[in-house]
Design a protein around this ligand. Structure first.
Ligand SMILES: [Zn+2]
Length: 211
């Protein structure tokens, strides 16, 4: 591209796409957004959880955008991902669950960010499905970052870290947990144990991305 033209584009479109670096008006350019929307939903299984699905694979533009949202931190990026997630939709029927419950992230990290990522991203999808988001899980303690722990160590680290609000009075009701990224699934499994002990008959999981 002509360098002069490039300078003009950067003047009028001062944001760079976090995935490809192109100058444009949103944190992710239209080309990268199209790449994200074309990817297929990922379905897999986790012990103790019914159906499990992730809207996107944690790679390419999605990975760049989530990294930008978490470490920016970027509320604007989170809103864009929420819009794209809503546009894409899921095989899981969000409006059919008795409860849609976001898995809360680390309290200290959420304080720095100023928002709960899973709640912010899934809220438009839940509204579209005429469901209700119920942020009724609490983290009782901080955990070490899980990425450098083995499978067994992860399970130990996250066991019993959640409590559920007394507002959750369940007599065999169904729950959809929503979260940002699933890796081993240990955190979601721990939340599912807490909810089943509180009376849930079925716990499914929907995440933005699967790593
Ligand atoms: Zn791009």
């Amino acid at each position: 591209m002509n360098p002069m033209l490039k300078r003009w584009i950067r003047y009028f479109l001062p944001i760079q796409c976090v995935a490809c670096g192109e100058a444009q008006s949103e944190v992710l350019c239209s080309v990268c957004q199209a790449v994200v929307l074309e990817t297929s939903e990922v379905a897999f299984s986790l012990d103790g959880i019914g159906r499990v699905a992730a809207l996107f694979q944690y790679s390419g533009p999605v990975k760049a955008l989530i990294h930008h949202i978490k470490f920016g931190p970027s509320r604007e990026g989170a809103s864009l991902l929420a819009t794209m997630s809503n546009q894409k939709g899921s095989v899981l029927p969000l409006g059919d669950y008795d409860w849609v419950i976001p898995i809360p992230g680390s309290a200290s990290r959420e304080r720095v960010r100023g928002f709960c990522l899973s709640e912010l991203i899934f809220r438009p999808m839940v509204v579209t499905a005429h469901g209700t988001m119920s942020p009724i899980l609490t983290r009782l303690c901080e955990t070490r970052p899980l990425f450098d722990l083995g499978v067994v160590e992860r399970k130990i680290e996250v066991a019993g870290i959640f409590s559920v609000s007394p507002q959750f009075v369940s007599h065999g009701e169904t729950v959809l947990l929503v979260d940002d990224i699933v890796t081993s699934g240990a955190t979601a499994q721990s939340a599912a144990v807490t909810l089943r002990q509180a009376g849930a008959s079925r716990v499914d999981l929907l995440t933005v991305a699967a790593a």
